[in-house]
Design a protein around this ligand. Sequence first.
Ligand code: ATP
Ligand code: MG
Length: 244
Amino acid sequence: MIFPQSRKRTPAEQRIPLPLPPALHYNTAMISFQNVSKKFGSHLVLDDITFYIDKNEFVILTGSSGAGKSTVIALLIGAEKPTHGVIEVDDMHISDMDTSTLQLLRRKIGVVYQDYKLLDKKTVFENVAFAMEVCNEDDDKIKERVPEVLEKVGLLHFQDKFPDELSGGEKQRLSIARALVHNPYLIIADEPTGNLDEENVRGIIHLLQKLHKEGATVLLTTHDPKVKELVKGRMLTLEKGKIN
Ligand SMILES: Nc1ncnc2c1ncn2[C@@H]1O[C@H](COP(=O)(O)OP(=O)(O)OP(=O)(O)O)[C@@H](O)[C@H]1O
Ligand SMILES: [Mg+2]
């Protein structure tokens, strides 16, 4: 379900006709990749992979650099199309979804990027607020919601600082706050601990585990053995285009 019946649909959502596209298959999976291949030119990055991630699972996707972890994520959020195969998120086909429906679904997927993707000229508060402004949320809702998510990641006291004034761990927590602003049911974190020291790695993992306990499905990619030791979750490994 993208639109809970309990709340009023925003103007952007009202432009999208209901019901949403029906799923081909019904299952309990939050994510399903069925016989998915992805080629960039002649380079076959993913070779006929099939996997499922259940609702409220915590899954770690590992694999060496260049194995295709970020490609899996790009396919999952519809930023790339598969060369073959079917991808579903919450029983909805990502591969044939039109752009506007995809944008609505993406609000329910919180993505945390390895390189943070923060806006340098905006404050901590404004970086999070911006994710709501682009969805035409009203000012009152923004003023209420932004402090809530900053509090959750322990950055409320830094709300007037700029990204340049934050440490790596704080920047990563800000990017998590931004990913949480629409209350996503799926959180995808691509190497969120890439450049962090052990204390900050623990902090980020702890935060993701807290969100998981609160009901989110979490997919975390890493090639860091330290992270694999710290996280309790199912491990999927990408190697030579295949998944194990
Ligand atoms: N848009 C693209 N165009 C062409 N090739 C691409 C593109 N995106 C990824 N690739 C190639 O696909 C392969 C997998 O890349 P990907 O970024 O998914 O790896 P990764 O497992 O995330 O690596 P890392 O751990 O370094 O982040 C690489 O060889 C990369 O060069
Ligand atoms: Mg990557």
